[in-house]
Write a protein that binds this ligand. Structure first.
Ligand SMILES: [Zn+2]
Length: 434
């Protein structure tokens, strides 16, 4: 099979996700791509402050070893930029040094997972999170996660459930802004809702370094993760990017991928990120007011040319179409505006039977599906397979057609989480046949 453009793009990303440590400024360092998220360190007069911890204990050990080659001062504080397990799960490794650090977070820490827990939807959330992360796939089927290198958590599904064994925060800040004087350092924490509601940014004014957490990284922002989320508020996210711009940082350290070094590069990245988010929001709302459905809007809303070609906004992790759909449902819920969808439908099995009849029978439908796949029309093949499976979900031919179609679709998906999801479902379908 010839390599798809999507595969080539993800391989280029993988080749940039090489573990290394960067000296950001006189007193600050970042461990990049060692773990699935970045871990940063600021060195004070009598101790150090860490920003995020990564997720995987082995990776946290390696990061700690790199930091210990720089300084032996004790860890006085750890600051969590938000509640996701990929930023907090490495904390036991750092706490095991025994310096009993202050662990800071916003007072709404964990806000994203809380409604899932309240609703009792964690089993679904974990299953979908595992598929999105690609943790059930063999290494040869994973290239990278777009903004993160391939790693395997010990407890599968733990990353998105927050149950990574992270040491919980023991200090919380409320309001918009807080000064933190610690280890001889003067730091400022700002509430900065973006990828998550509980997000904060850390500003180190003496050396003009901004630690941005997941409010920016080198990918189109992940407004909708396919594991599922209710809403990620774009106007709030833009306001946080405005706040970051107002600080006039010399260096911006994202939660994943390489830092933006130099005031011009930092300003440009923050500005383009903000523009992309605001544009997709505006165009979606405009289309909604014109009576368009999500299916129509995903075909229309595209980043403008001057943004679409940027590495910063490549859809390797976040995805414009999924963002459009989520803006729609966040604002008006599931109803797309087509009255047919208000009526009691006759259900997928009956629809499939009628479809088969139109095609000249079930065998003919299966044949059309196989032809579509052979002809490179994987989406049509997958749709036909869905009809066939609605008639008989144990039929090996139907299962194989769908699984093969998903593999082919995945090959053309640049958004790593979607690719992982499709490949995992294909793998899980085939496993049913054994
Ligand atoms: Zn993250």
């Amino acid at each position: 099979m010839t390599k798809s453009a999507a595969t080539a793009a993800l391989e280029r990303r993988r080749d940039k996700l090489i573990p290394h440590i960067v000296r950001l400024s006189e007193h600050s360092w970042a461990s990049i791509a060692e773990d699935v998220s970045n871990v940063s360190m600021i060195v004070g007069s009598d101790g150090i402050v860490l920003i995020d911890t990564g997720m995987i204990p082995d990776c946290a050990q390696r990061t700690l070893a790199k930091f210990r080659a720089v300084t032996s001062l004790p860890i006085k504080a750890i600051i969590y930029t938000h509640g996701h397990g990929d930023h907090t799960g490495g904390s036991p490794v750092f706490c095991a040094e025994g310096s009993d650090p202050q662990i800071w977070a916003r007072d709404n820490f964990g806000a994203e997972a809380a409604p899932f827990e309240r609703a009792g939807i964690m089993p679904l959330f974990k299953a979908r999170g595992g598929r999105q992360g690609g943790f059930l796939l063999p290494p040869e089927k994973r290239i990278c996660n777009g903004v993160a290198p391939v790693r395997y958590p010990k407890a599968k599904g733990a990353i998105f459930s927050g149950k990574t064994g992270a040491v919980p925060p023991n200090r919380f800040f409320s309001g918009d802004r807080m000064r933190l004087s610690i280890a001889g350092l003067e730091l400022e924490l700002y509430a900065a809702p973006g990828e998550t509601e509980d997000a904060l940014i850390v500003w180190f004014p003496a050396e003009r370094v901004l630690f941005a957490g997941d409010d920016i990284y080198r990918s189109f922002p992940n407004v909708y993760p396919v594991r599922g989320v209710g809403k990620r508020d774009i106007p709030n996210w833009c306001a946080s990017l405005d706040l970051m711009l107002s600080l006039d940082a010399e260096i911006v350290v994202p939660g994943h991928t390489d830092p933006f070094i130099g005031a011009d590069a930092a300003r440009e990245a923050l500005t383009q990120y903000r523009e992309a988010l605001a544009y997709v929001q505006e165009k979606t709302v405009e289309g909604m007011n014109a009576g368009k459905t999500p299916d129509e809007l995903v075909r229309e809303v595209r980043l403008p040319e001057h943004l679409a070609g940027l590495e910063l906004l490549e859809e390797v992790y976040g995805n414009v179409a999924w963002t459009v759909r989520n803006i729609f449902t966040s604002l008006v819920g599931w109803y797309d505006g087509n009255p047919l969808h208000l009526a009691e439908s006759f259900g997928p099995t009956e629809e499939a039977r009628r479809m088969a009849e139109l095609a000249g029978g079930i065998e003919a439908l299966l044949e059309r599906g196989r032809e579509a796949l052979a002809g490179g029309d994987a989406a049509w093949a997958a749709l036909i397979a869905d009809h066939l499976l609605a008639i008989d979900d144990c039929n090996a031919s139907y299962i194989n057609l769908k699984a093969d179609a998903l593999d082919a679709l995945a090959e053309d998906m640049i958004t790593a989480t979607g690719r992982n999801y499709a490949l995992t479902v294909a793998q899980q379908m085939r496993a049913k046949l054994k």
